[in-house]
Design a protein around this ligand. Structure first.
Ligand SMILES: *[C@@H]1O[C@H](CO)[C@@H](O)[C@H](O)[C@H]1NC(C)=O
Ligand SMILES: *[C@@H]1O[C@H](CO)[C@@H](O)[C@H](O)[C@H]1NC(C)=O
Ligand SMILES: *[C@@H]1O[C@H](CO)[C@@H](O)[C@H](O)[C@H]1NC(C)=O
Ligand SMILES: *[C@@H]1O[C@H](CO)[C@@H](O)[C@H](O)[C@H]1NC(C)=O
Ligand SMILES: *[C@@H]1O[C@H](CO)[C@@H](O)[C@H](O)[C@H]1NC(C)=O
Ligand SMILES: *[C@@H]1O[C@H](CO)[C@@H](O)[C@H](O)[C@H]1NC(C)=O
Ligand SMILES: *[C@@H]1O[C@H](CO)[C@@H](O)[C@H](O)[C@H]1NC(C)=O
Length: 634
């Protein structure tokens, strides 16, 4: 992808096309391999951008091998050398650009790897230079000036050493005289560059004075670049960068400055910048830029170093222009990569209620570039997705904030769950240790997150009960720890003897206990008795072996139909009598009564009558026996 931007030309190549280390050659009168050092001297900048999967080459319009026509039409030619499966392939590329933005009297570019300044060559007299420096420079240049251009680098308290341009080039500096401009470029960190603070901001400065004698006139041009270097970040989630409002006090008057912010080498409109949260503030003659970590235009990457970390990168592009009496005097463009250090980015797990005997564990805050690869459940390795035959499941949950989570559900009965009895809690303990394997994409770098959940369940035992026509059936599956309890009917321990005595049908094997309790046997309670039917209730209790305290009970109530019955509860006798058998000739059931003739049936149909009366009323005959009382009625 080739593009002419207003202050540079760029080529972007996807890794998928070239691999991560393509090389570029600049093509001019010869072919020049763009090495790191050569790039910085000649106005090229090659960046490998792993987060964008791209390699980007930027070339200054004044780069060494660019064909420049009148500072208006620029033709670039490059070779891209890519490696395709071990074979080098060269692609020739060319493009002609005519930047629409006119050149300002002074243009400064603070690239990632070099500083470049160009000035209109007909603006010969700099303003604002301190008198002393001027004198020293003039003296030196006046005496050593020849018709060839020479350069002096000015540093604080250092002797001025003029040199010719070929000598300067040997030392890594590049000068060029185009149709209308003088161009000077230097890599950062050159011996004649110096670090200083301007308004409290550390900057690297280079100050070159070019001069040439044209008979009795000495021409002098000051070329100054000052680039602030380091970005900062803070804990509140901002990447910051600052630059002095004035390029360099020696060579810039106090002009009005305007700042335009951009990203990835392109300026954005002010409203867009505001919407994305990019801020520009001016304090104390410095310009401060703040970019939220996760602002649009930036990049985020997860990183594993035992635990999960993340970092943010923002390719800041900035234009700072000083406006002098209605025209742009100096235009500065910065390319700066702001980045945060590694920031901890923990994922978390949360255990939900163990409803319905299922562990539900939520793993959350998983960034988009991280994926769950496997889950180890108590030492059982389960790859994602789980096979659909397993009873444990995992579901991915996406959130709008670029994170996602996973909900893991493991029923207590799943074979991976460790069950053991906890004497302390007198309960069954279910335990699940989880080791999540998460991987950061695209490198597939794994890290692990551990979680452990435990639950206590279900003690003491509870019977299953079902109704039948003739009674109630109870069933209990034996569990290894059931020796802690015993089963009783009311207060009596359930044994085969007791069952036989009361007419219960009991069968007990190693798997389960079955108890059939026929209707009307000992232990039933009846209510809602009508001629149509009634409800019979039977209760089985589970008691603690040591204390005999009731730990649980299984109560089952079933509907039964009535033919004949007698029962008494709470001092009340209830009788359903079939009169068709008692009175063969067929009396009228509604007109029957007890010994007390005023006690008639509560309910009657064609053949049956239902009486319900207090035991000691309706003429009941009371007999006192040894240890019991009998109430008799007719
Ligand atoms: C520039 O590239 C185009 C195709 O991309 C090609 O046709 C043309 O010949 C090239 N020109 C030069 C001068 O290499
Ligand atoms: C430039 O200066 C160097 C060292 O002072 C000298 O050797 C060289 O001849 C000069 N080159 C030109 C073109 O004057
Ligand atoms: C501005 O600079 C002065 C002097 O360096 C300093 O005292 C003051 O605190 C600064 N103000 C701000 C807002 O940074
Ligand atoms: C499990 O997956 C297999 C193959 O994908 C499919 O044929 C089967 O119906 C699935 N079973 C269930 C219970 O979903
Ligand atoms: C993302 O959203 C989810 C669901 O609203 C929330 O639980 C989580 O804490 C959020 N994560 C971050 C990093 O904001
Ligand atoms: C989690 O699983 C990984 C990979 O199987 C293993 O290297 C690591 O030791 C496990 N962690 C724990 C605490 O068991
Ligand atoms: C039923 O059998 C189990 C062992 O098979 C025994 O532990 C238990 O006491 C028995 N229960 C009754 C009520 O007999």
């Amino acid at each position: 992808h080739m593009e002419c931007r207003d202050r540079y030309f760029m080529i972007a190549v996807d890794f998928s096309f070239t691999g991560e280390e393509p090389r570029f050659e600049a093509v001019g009168t010869g072919v020049y391999l763009i090495t790191e050092q050569y790039a910085a001297q000649c106005g090229y900048s090659v960046s490998v951008l792993p987060l964008q999967d791209q390699v980007v080459l930027r070339a200054s319009y004044f780069s060494c091998h660019t064909d420049n026509t009148d500072d208006e039409v620029f033709t670039f030619k490059f070779n891209l050398i890519a490696n395709h499966e071990g074979k080098e392939v060269t692609y020739a590329m060319n493009k002609t650009c005519s930047p629409s933005l006119p050149w300002s009297p002074r243009e400064v570019t603070c690239e990632e790897n070099y500083m470049e300044v160009s000035v209109r060559s007909d603006v010969a007299c700099p303003t604002g230079t301190k008198k002393d420096d001027w004198d020293a420079a003039v003296q030196t240049s006046y005496t050593s000036a020849t018709t060839d251009w020479q350069v002096m680098f000015q540093r604080v308290e250092q002797e001025l050493m003029p040199m010719n341009l070929s000598e300067a080039q040997k030392q890594g500096y590049e000068f060029d005289l185009t149709d209308g401009r003088l161009v000077f470029r230097t890599p950062y960190g050159q011996p004649d560059c110096f670090s200083t603070e301007v308004n409290g901001v550390p900057v690297e400065v280079v100050h070159a004075t070019l001069f040439s004698r044209q008979s009795w006139v000495v021409l002098m041009v000051d070329l100054v670049a000052a680039c602030s270097l380091e970005g900062l970040y803070d804990d509140d989630g901002y990447m910051m960068w600052e630059t002095p409002e004035v390029l360099h006090p020696l060579v810039s008057g106090l002009h009005d400055t305007q700042v335009h912010i951009g990203v990835d080498g392109e300026l954005v409109e002010q409203p867009v910048a505001e919407e994305r949260g990019y801020t520009v503030e001016k304090h104390n003659a410095t310009v401060q830029i703040s970019i939220p970590y996760n602002a649009e235009g930036g990049y985020r990457k997860s990183f594993v170093d035992d635990d999960l970390y993340e970092y943010y990168v923002f390719h800041l592009y900035l234009e700072q222009i000083s406006v002098d009496e209605d025209h742009v005097d100096t235009r500065l463009r910065f390319h700066r990569t702001l980045s945060t250090p590694l920031l901890p980015r923990p994922v978390f797990t949360e255990n939900a209620i163990h409803e319905e005997h299922v562990f539900t564990i939520y793993l959350g805050d998983v960034p988009d570039d991280v994926e769950l690869a496997a889950v180890n459940l108590n030492g059982h390795k389960c790859t994602i997705p789980f096979t659909n035959t397993s009873s444990h499941t995992i579901t991915k949950v996406a959130h709008p904030n670029n994170t996602h989570g996973y909900t893991l559900r493991v029923p207590f009965v799943d074979p991976v769950v460790i069950q053991q009895f906890s004497k302390e809690d007198a309960a069954m303990q279910q335990k699940l240790d989880i080791n999540y394997t998460l991987t950061v994409l695209p490198e597939n770098e794994p890290f692990y997150h551990l979680a452990s959940v435990m639950a206590l369940t279900d003690v003491p035992p509870v019977f299953d009960a079902v109704c039948s026509e003739s009674g109630i059936s109870f069933k209990l599956d034996h569990r290894p720890f059931d020796y802690l309890w015993y089963i009783s009917i009311d207060t009596e321990l359930l044994t085969s003897e007791l069952a036989a005595q009361h007419g219960y049908i009991m069968s007990n094997d190693s798997q389960s206990l079955l108890l059939d309790v026929p209707l009307y046997t000992h232990g039933y309670e009846y209510k809602d008795i009508t001629l149509k039917g009634f409800l019979g209730t039977f209760e089985i209790l589970v008691r603690d072996h040591e204390t005999s305290e009731v730990q649980s009970s299984t109560v089952k109530t079933c509907p039964f139909s009535t033919t004949e019955m007698i029962c008494s509860t709470d001092g009340r006798m209830t009788v359903v009598a079939d009169l068709s058998r008692a009175v063969p000739s067929g009396g009228i059931p509604a007109r029957t009564n007890l010994i007390d003739k005023y006690c008639g049936p509560k309910e009657a149909d064609d053949s049956r009558a239902l009486f319900s009366f207090p035991l000691n009323s309706c003429g009941s005959i009371v007999k006192l026996n040894k240890g019991s009382v009998t109430y008799e009625n007719e």
